[in-house]
Design a protein around this ligand. Structure first.
Ligand SMILES: [Zn+2]
Length: 399
């Protein structure tokens, strides 16, 4: 029995339908059991940066089909503070969400958001992007913060770099990520919380391979693939996932690719064997007036929608589509009414989570590869229409 299986852990992952023997795809159907519920994979996690998915309440999140959300350790540490949230009963109670939550490590926000950061062997010192105050995160404190927040899944503190970083920068950050992964694991005490570790290694195949072997060699409950969904090309991303998942093919743990959010990108990554995703993309683009629909997107700031009585998508079950017209939503955006943000966010998350459900149904039916063309068209791939260009939107986002 391996060290992983010998431990009683708060998360268990079961592959319900594995990849077919013919090797045409690595897509797989899984079930992740967590203290606050079961997550069917492949799955997308909406991002609730400040203990809220912007513009939505928990009932809205259940309505769009969310079964797990992500919240940001860095943001909650700075405001309102993890100790305050702990005194108030933990993150689930604080935000009124009783289903699974994953908190990230904070490493990405330190690198991408904080001012004048300084990373040394022990940790990272940085100035808050909110008020300029100085703070420090170490592997031990990042775990302490996440234990206080009490999410179902915590993540080991890592040192991310942008995919295009120079090799010596990637070497340094990847080796530090490994030392911090061990320290994070040793610091983690909470028995009702899973802990995932993060693979780094940039776009360098030898560093990626070494990082995959190192992180997979520790008894984490799941494996995050970091340092992608940034400024890499689609081919670089594909090759890196291919390498990592190939090395993990016999590993029993869930694989989580951090930061990916456009439906076309999600489809490709599921095909390559990824189980979990998160991104602010569907919610952020919603707040800019862009609604995702089968085949592409509608920019509600376009004047053509001011007289359009149709719903965003006639087949969508969300509140925006059941009750309101494109004309009404276009009006709300022009008037900068708050309801515009809620309705469009409801719609885009409904679209995204429904897309993942379609992917899972195809895997369960054994038809995933044959359905990829149809799913790709739904995701807006190969669309030449100016108003239907979703696949090309940037994948990465800092918060
Ligand atoms: Zn809708």
């Amino acid at each position: 029995m391996t060290a992983v299986a010998a431990r009683v852990r708060p998360a268990s992952f079961e592959v319900v339908t594995g990849p077919p023997a013919d090797g045409r795809t690595r897509a797989r159907l899984g079930r992740l059991r967590l203290p606050h519920g079961i997550v069917e994979t492949p799955q997308f996690m909406p991002v609730g940066t400040n203990a809220t998915v912007k513009a939505l309440d928990p009932d809205d999140l259940h309505a769009v089909g969310a079964t797990i959300i992500l919240s940001n350790t860095y943001h909650l540490f700075l405001r309102p503070g993890h100790e305050r949230i702990q005194r108030l009963g933990g993150l689930h109670r604080f935000m009124g969400w009783d289903s699974p939550i994953l908190t990230d490590s904070g490493g990405f926000q330190v690198v991408s958001l904080a001012d004048s950061r300084k990373i040394d062997e022990d940790g990272a010192t940085f100035r808050s992007h909110i008020d300029g105050s100085t703070h420090r995160l170490t592997p031990e404190s990042a775990i302490e913060i996440q234990e206080a927040l009490g999410a179902d899944i915590a993540v080991a503190f890592d040192h991310p770099v942008y995919p295009s970083s120079a090799r010596d920068v990637v070497v340094d950050a990847t080796e530090r990520t490994h030392r911090w992964a061990e320290r994070s694991f040793n610091a983690h005490r909470r028995e009702d919380q899973a802990l995932f570790g993060v693979i780094q290694g940039g776009l360098e195949p030898d560093l990626r391979e070494a990082s995959t072997r190192f992180i997979a060699g520790l008894p984490f409950d799941g494996i995050n693939i970091g340092g992608l969904a940034g400024d890499e090309t689609p081919i670089e991303r594909r090759d890196t996932i291919e390498l990592v998942v190939g090395l993990l093919s016999d590993d029993p743990r869930p694989r989580y690719l951090m930061g990916l959010g456009s439906p076309a990108d999600l489809l490709d990554a599921v095909h390559q064997g990824i189980d979990m995703f998160d991104s602010v993309l569907p919610t952020r683009v919603a707040r800019t007036g862009n609604a995702w629909v089968p085949g592409g997107k509608l920019n509600l700031k376009n004047a053509m929608y001011l007289d359009d009585p149709r719903p965003l998508d006639e087949d969508c079950p969300c509140l925006a589509c059941r009750r309101f017209s494109r004309a009404y939503l276009a009006h709300l955006f022009r008037a900068r009414e708050l309801l515009a943000y809620r309705l469009t966010t409801l719609h885009n998350l409904t679209f995204t989570l429904d897309f993942m459900a379609r992917i899972r149904a195809a895997i369960a039916a054994g038809t995933f590869v044959d359905s990829m063309g149809e799913l790709g068209r739904r995701a807006g791939r190969n669309s030449a229409d100016e108003d239907a260009t979703m696949a090309g939107e940037p994948a990465g986002d800092p918060q």
